[in-house]
Design a protein around this ligand. Structure first.
Ligand SMILES: [Zn+2]
Length: 557
C-alpha cells in the first residue's frame, strides 16, 4: 500500500511537465470533494486483542469487511497508550476519549480493601453494592465508569438518540455503552443476556434460539485458507497442545463455541437484528451501535497468535465484518464505521522461543500475591499471613493489607516495592505516591516512559499501593492451561499498538502511519457528527478524516 502511494506520488511529481505536452491526458486540477454530510449512525467496532501486529500480518489477505475499512482513513499505529492493557481499561478509552485513569477503569479487577462486602476484589463492570454481585458472577453495571460515553453525550444533545451495545463480553458492552444504554447484550454461558431487571427483546430471544439449535447440533471444522498452511503446526505449551485447531464444534460444547469465530458471527447477527428492530439510523437523531468482537481474544489466549487457529479467525472475522456491513447497507443505514482494539497481544512464549525470541518466558510464581505475602511477612518479621498482599495476578496493581498498623503498613509497601524490584523479570515498580505525583503524560505515546504509561491507567482511589510492570516478553501466566496459554496486559507496544480504521461511504481514503491514540476516536467522531462537547472533556484530539485540504475537525480561530 505504502509503496503504491509512493509510486503514485512519484508519478504525480513527474506529471506536470508531461501534461504540458500531452493534451490527451486529463486535466490536473480536480475539484475538492464536497464535505461529507453527517451520518445517521455511528458504528463503533472493537476487536478484542486485535494488535497492530495482527493487522500488519493479515492486511494483504483481506477481501471482506476489512477491505472496505482499508479504503477509509487507516491509522496502523493507534495506541492504547496506558500500561494496564486489559479488556476493561482498553474498552473504556474508545468512546469516552479519556485514558483509563480518568475513566476510573484501572484494570479488569482491582481491590477495594475498604469495601463493605466480604469480597474485596471488584470487577470493573459490576455493581458490588448489589448484594447479588460477586467479582466472578457480577451484577453487570457501568457504575465504576467515571465519564460519559459518546452515546451518552449524544443523548444529552439529542434526546431521541439511541445507544446500543453488543459483545460476547459484558465489560466491553458496559465500557462502550456506559450508564444509559437502550439495548445491551452479552454472552453468558449459552445465550445472550441483558441488564438486570430487563427482559430480552424478541429479536434477542430469536437469536438465542438459533444459537441454541447450533449448540445442540454442533458444526463442522473450518477449512483454513491456503495462506494459513505455514501456521498449521502442532506445538506444546506445557501440557497443552496447540497450533492445529480448526474449531469443529461437538454438540453441547458451549465453551468451544465461545472460543471460536462463531461467537463473533452470532454477535454480528444480534447487532444486525437489533439495528433492524430498533430502526437504528432511521430515527429523528443520530444513533450509536457499539459492537465488540471477542473471539480474537479468546483464541489468542487459548492458542496464541501464530497458530492456524488465529489464521482461521482472521479470515472469519474479515468475512463476519463484510457480512455485518452488507446487512446494514441493505437496511439502507448511512453510517460512519470505526474499528479498533482494546489492546494488542503476544504469542505463546513456547512458540516465540522457536521463532527468534529466546528471551520469551513465563512469569515466576514468586510474583504471585500468595508467594509475595509469605516473603513480605518473613522480611518484616510478621506471622505468615495469607492476604498480606492482594493482586489480580503476577503483575500490575498490588495492595497491602489495611489490617496492619499505619507505620508497619508504610514500611510493608516500601519492602513490597523492593521485593518486586529485585526480580529479574520486573522492569519497573512504582508506588502509589510516586504515580499520584506524576503529571498526566502528553506528546506521542510512542515516546512515553514506563512511568507515563502507568500514570495513564492510575486512579488514586482504585490503583494499588504498588504498580509493577514486567519486562518485555515475560508472559504473566506461570503455567499454560487449556484455554490460557498466552496473554496481554503489559506496558510494551505489542500490547499497546492497535489499528484505528475509519470508513464512511464516499470518503477519500488515506493512510497516516504516525502514532495516534484510541482516545482520539471520541473527539474525531464528535466533530464529524456535530456533537458539542465542553473543552477539556477529552484526553485525545480530533483526527482530520478529510484526505485533502478540507478538515473534519474544528479549526482554531
Ligand atoms: Zn484478553
Amino acid at each position: 500500500m505504502i509503496r503504491k502511494n509512493r509510486l503514485a506520488a512519484l508519478f504525480a511529481s513527474l506529471a506536470v511537465p508531461l501534461v504540458a505536452c500531452a493534451s490527451a491526458l486529463p486535466a490536473q486540477a480536480k475539484p475538492a470533494p464536497a464535505p461529507l454530510p453527517a451520518p445517521k449512525l455511528v458504528l463503533a467496532i472493537a476487536v478484542d486483542q486485535f494488535s497492530a501486529d495482527l493487522f500488519a500480518q493479515y492486511r494483504e489477505h483481506y477481501t471482506g469487511g476489512f477491505a472496505r475499512l482499508l479504503k477509509g482513513a487507516v491509522y496502523p499505529s493507534g495506541f492504547q497508550s496506558h500500561a494496564a492493557t486489559e479488556t476493561c481499561p482498553g474498552h473504556s478509552t474508545i468512546l469516552t476519549g479519556v485514558h483509563p485513569g480518568r475513566a476510573g477503569i484501572v484494570a479488569n479487577n482491582w481491590y477495594d480493601l475498604s469495601a463493605s462486602r466480604a469480597e474485596k476484589r471488584i470487577y470493573c463492570a459490576e455493581d458490588e453494592k448489589d448484594p447479588a454481585s460477586t467479582s466472578g458472577k457480577p451484577v453487570v453495571s457501568a457504575v465504576h465508569l467515571r465519564v460519559p460515553t459518546l452515546g451518552e453525550r449524544m443523548k444529552m444533545q439529542w434526546p431521541a438518540s439511541r445507544n446500543v451495545a453488543v459483545s460476547a463480553k459484558d465489560r466491553a458492552v458496559m465500557m462502550m455503552g456506559g450508564h444509559q444504554i437502550d439495548a445491551a447484550y452479552w454472552w453468558l454461558g449459552d445465550k445472550f443476556v441483558t441488564l438486570k431487571g430487563r427482559a430480552p427483546v424478541p429479536v434477542a430471544v430469536a437469536e438465542n434460539a438459533m444459537v441454541g439449535a447450533l449448540l445442540k447440533k454442533g458444526a463442522p471444522a473450518f477449512t483454513p485458507p491456503a495462506y494459513c498452511a505455514a501456521h498449521d503446526r502442532a506445538l506444546k505449551a506445557g501440557e497443552v497442545e496447540i497450533g492445529t485447531g480448526r474449531f469443529a464444534l461437538k454438540a453441547g460444547q458451549n465453551d468451544a463455541f465461545r472460543v471460536s469465530p462463531r461467537i463473533d458471527a452470532a454477535t454480528a447477527d444480534l447487532a444486525v437484528a437489533l439495528a433492524s428492530d430498533m430502526k437504528l439510523g432511521k430515527g429523528a437523531a443520530l444513533d450509536v451501535l457499539s459492537v465488540s468482537f471477542s473471539a480474537t481474544d479468546y483464541i489468542g489466549h487459548a492458542y496464541g497468535t501464530q497458530g492456524v487457529e488465529m489464521c482461521i479467525q482472521m479470515a472469519q472475522l474479515d468475512a463476519t465484518l463484510g457480512s455485518l456491513f452488507a446487512r446494514l447497507d441493505k437496511q439502507g443505514i448511512d453510517y460512519v464505521a470505526v474499528l479498533t482494539a482494546d489492546h494488542g497481544g503476544l504469542d505463546t512464549p513456547e512458540r516465540l522461543d522457536e521463532q527468534s525470541l529466546p528471551d520469551a518466558t513465563r512469569v515466576d510464581v514468586g510474583l504471585t500475591p500468595g508467594k509475595l505475602s509469605a516473603a513480605l511477612a518473613a522480611k518484616l518479621g510478621l506471622p505468615a499471613a495469607a492476604g498480606l498482599v492482594s493482586s489480580d495476578g503476577p503483575f500490575g496493581d498490588y495492595y497491602v493489607s489495611r489490617a496492619l498498623p499505619d507505620a508497619v503498613r508504610a514500611k510493608a509497601i516500601i519492602e513490597l516495592a523492593a521485593l518486586l524490584g529485585s526480580s529479574t523479570q520486573v522492569a519497573a515498580v512504582f508506588t502509589h505516591e510516586e504515580l499520584a505525583r506524576t503529571p498526566l503524560p502528553a506528546g506521542s505515546p510512542q515516546d512515553w516512559t514506563l512511568k507515563d504509561r502507568a500514570r495513564a491507567s492510575f486512579d488514586p482511589e482504585r490503583s494499588g499501593d504498588v504498580v509493577s510492570l514486567l519486562r518485555r516478553v515475560v508472559v504473566p501466566i506461570p503455567r499454560a492451561a487449556p484455554g490460557y496459554t498466552a496473554t496481554h496486559g503489559s506496558p510494551w507496544d505489542y500490547d499497546r499498538r492497535v489499528p484505528m480504521l475509519f470508513w464512511r461511504k464516499g470518503m477519500t481514503g488515506f493512510e497516516q502511519p504516525a502514532p495516534v491514540e484510541t482516545v482520539d476516536i471520541a473527539p474525531t467522531l464528535a466533530a464529524l457528527i456535530g456533537l458539542k462537547v465542553a473543552e477539556a472533556s477529552f484526553d485525545g484530539r480530533c483526527l482530520d478524516l478529510d484526505a485533502g485540504p478540507g478538515n473534519t475537525c474544528p479549526v482554531a480561530k
